[in-house]
Design a protein around this ligand. Structure first.
Ligand code: IMP
Length: 191
């Protein structure tokens, strides 16, 4: 079975391909000659994931799945949330976003946060969604070379290392995207 994963993010593609069963081959946006930025203008994580799959179906005719992820920080009333990619501005810089996050939390004791991924799947005329959550804390300074985005400042509950210090395999087991992808795989296997 071939299915389009509507992302341009190579890190995400790598993470998700690593846990897909061998009989499911992922096609990237590049594989379907989609090179433009897909609109993400809704005001919820779920809304953006759905918007992406609807865009691909309408403009390219492919059934596909897409994910949208946000980091929800308790002391910031759930921010940056759906705006995680553009937290520090439209340049979408992971480093700038992380610096801004640490600055906003500078004087806060409560560093509780969670990553939330929603995967939307467009299949044979119906749109399904799957949600994965990983709870943890924002550290005081970045640590680790792996992962991407906010990974160097996020520690999952009961973990002494940040997401940028643990292996891809481990991140996939405990992480938000891995949990949502597992639900997607279970669904596809039963479909
Ligand atoms: P999106 O899912 O690409 O819209 O991600 C929104 C923002 O969250 C971007 O700034 C990403 O870098 C960040 N992000 C998404 N997934 C992860 C992750 O697994 N770890 C750390 N940051 C992430």
């Amino acid at each position: 079975m071939k299915i389009v994963f509507a992302t341009n993010n190579r890190n995400k593609l790598k993470e998700v391909q690593a846990i897909m069963p061998e009989n499911i081959q992922l096609l990237s946006l590049k594989d379907i000659n989609c090179t433009e930025d897909i609109p993400e203008t809704r005001d919820t994580i779920e809304g953006n994931a759905i918007q992406k799959v609807e865009y691909i179906k309408t403009n390219y005719g492919y059934d596909c799945f897409a994910d949208d992820t946000g980091l929800e920080v308790e002391a910031l009333n759930g921010a940056p949330g759906v705006y995680s990619a553009r937290f520090a501005g439209p340049q979408r810089s992971a480093i700038d976003n992380t610096i801004k996050l640490l600055k906003e939390l500078e004087k806060k004791d409560n560093r509780t946060a969670q990553f939330k991924t929603v995967i939307a799947l467009q299949l044979n005329g119906t749109c399904y969604t799957f949600t994965g959550i990983c709870k943890g804390k924002i550290t005081k300074s970045p640590k680790g070379e792996g992962g991407f985005g906010y990974d160097p400042v996020f520690k999952a509950i009961d973990y002494s290392q940040t997401f940028a210090e643990i292996s891809l395999e481990e991140k996939n087991i405990i992480g938000h995207r891995g949990k949502a992808v597992k639900q997607l795989i279970d669904f596809l296997n039963k479909y």
